[in-house]
Write a protein that binds this ligand. Structure first.
Ligand code: NAD
Length: 439
């Protein structure tokens, strides 16, 4: 049993802390947001993440998981101090490390004996060196803290499973002692542990997320070509995906990536490269293509409706991807903003993210089901590929709508089926020439 302090109890800190407790460790999760801590203390969790609430309750009951807003109390009671605070984007695209810095100061003030300070947040390469320097300045006489890097690869929506059954664990260390500590912490997880220096570990995270983003922008570029030449991007992706060197994952054409990680990590990596004198053109292209993709889907909706003014537009899906309520950089926010500004009446449905969206757009009508959204809609826009949308009674949807226009930003339906049902169906990268013999 190890004693762990997790600073930052958001999507990553809460999952990491709860799962480490599930592995048998004694974990104290800390957050400066008192309201978050009181929700956690009451046995609830402030985010939607399948399986997390039950696991947190179980480990709280077993006295392996607790919550506090006092960094000092948690740090002093622990041997591992994880930093899992947010690292949002700055205006220039770089990562805002002010939360990591503030955290480092608090830990330096609180440390009373040796502890391993582990970066869990996604941080630019060389952040470990900066943390180390800060610690040396703040507590020169007490070399209590050693830095390690342990980037996180969990995906929101399957975060608990991803944490407990990862593809790999990356550990960046500068001593055998730190390596041994990290190996003991993760001893119960069956996964390869890749041990590197701290700079390499930090780079692995940005390099991985940027590569996945690049794959999405790549298939979206192929989608553009498909539309121009009369091909079907879904077939192209399937054909490519059978090649084990390529793999089908992240080859889904559509609105593009959003969320709290890919957009900010791509822009941070471009900035990191710029600072060391490398022009990361392939990533600049990735970001530009992703941005254009959202515009293309909206353009397709506008062309179908001619103008947005006075139109009833129904939105299916608000979160940036299925199985989460996270709205950070969610395409739905951009779409709703533009639709409202141009005079549309917007109705929306999402299985879990409506309460959070109400804070951004109280003027949207939030509906109890997709069918309520379809009632009198001039067009439906599918923004998030929730599983329940794939199972909709499409005949019923059509009978409820004012028109037959569906703009599918996630390619969840078969175009031929939609045509046979009488919809005017717009999707991404799927030319009718490829799927409709009569076209
Ligand atoms: P989040 O915003 O959900 O959580 C961060 C938490 O840290 C907040 O609750 C905030 O109040 C708290 N915090 C900030 N400064 C603090 C301080 N000084 N003391 C105590 N608490 C403090 O962010 P997140 O999504 O959990 O992401 C955290 C980090 O993990 C980021 O660097 C992110 O890039 C990375 N990451 C996120 C994911 C993901 O899917 N969300 C996956 C892998 C890595």
């Amino acid at each position: 049993m190890k004693r762990v302090c997790m600073i930052g109890s958001g999507y990553v800190g809460l999952v990491t802390g709860t799962c480490l407790a599930e592995l048998g460790h004694r974990v104290i999760c800390v957050d400066k947001d008192e309201s978050k801590i009181s929700i956690l203390k009451s046995g609830k969790i402030p985010i939607y993440e399948p399986g997390l609430e039950a696991l947190a309750r179980k480990n709280t009951k077993l006295n392996r998981l607790s919550f506090t807003s006092s960094v000092m109390e948690a740090v002093q009671a622990s041997d591992f101090v994880f930093i899992a605070v947010n690292t949002p984007p700055l205006k220039d695209g770089g990562a805002d490390l002010s939360f990591v810095e503030a955290c480092t100061r608090e830990v330096a003030r609180s440390a009373n004996k040796f502890k391993l300070l582990v970066e869990k947040s996604t941080v630019p390469v060389k952040t470990g060196e900066r943390i180390k320097k800060t610690l040396e300045v703040l507590s020169p006489a007490k070399p209590y803290l050693e830095v390690a890097s342990n980037p996180e690869f969990l995906r929101e929506g399957s975060a608990v499973k991803d944490f407990l059954h990862p593809d790999r664990i990356i550990v960046g260390v500068q001593s055998q002692r730190a390596e041994n500590m990290m190996r003991e912490l993760y001893a119960k997880i069956k996964a390869p542990i890749i041990v590197t220096d701290i700079n390499s570990a930090e780079l692995i995270k940005h390099a991985s997320n940027s590569f996945l983003s690049l794959k999405i922008s790549y298939i979206n570029s192929i989608a553009q070509i498909c539309e121009k030449v009369g091909a079907d991007v879904e077939k192209v992706a399937e054909g490519m995906g059978y090649d084990a060197r390529i793999n089908r994952a992240f080859l889904n054409a559509g609105i593009g990536y959003g969320g709290s990680c890919f957009p900010k990590d791509v822009s941070a990596f471009i900035k990191i490269a710029e600072e060391v004198g490398f022009d990361f053109q392939i990533l600049k292209g990735t970001a530009a293509i992703n941005h254009a993709q959202r515009e293309l889907v909206l353009k397709s909706l506008k062309e179908a409706l001619w103008t947005f003014k006075g139109k009833n537009v129904g939105i299916l899906g608000l979160s940036f991807k299925p199985d989460t309520d996270d709205l950070r950089n969610a395409p739905a926010i951009d779409f709703i903003q533009i639709l409202l500004a141009e005079g549309a009446v917007v109705k929306a449905y999402d299985p879990v993210a409506m309460d959070k969206m109400k804070v951004h757009f109280p003027q949207v009508e939030y509906c109890a089901s997709p069918y309520k959204v379809a009632e009198a809609a001039d067009a439906l826009l599918i923004v998030t590929e929730w599983e329940e949308f794939r199972k909709l009674d499409l005949n019923k949807i059509k009978s409820l709508m004012n028109t037959n226009i569906v703009v599918d930003g996630r390619n969840i339906f078969d175009p031929m089926t939609m045509k046979k049902l009488g919809f005017t169906y717009h999707c991404v990268g799927r030319s009718p020439k490829a799927w409709d013999k009569k076209a």
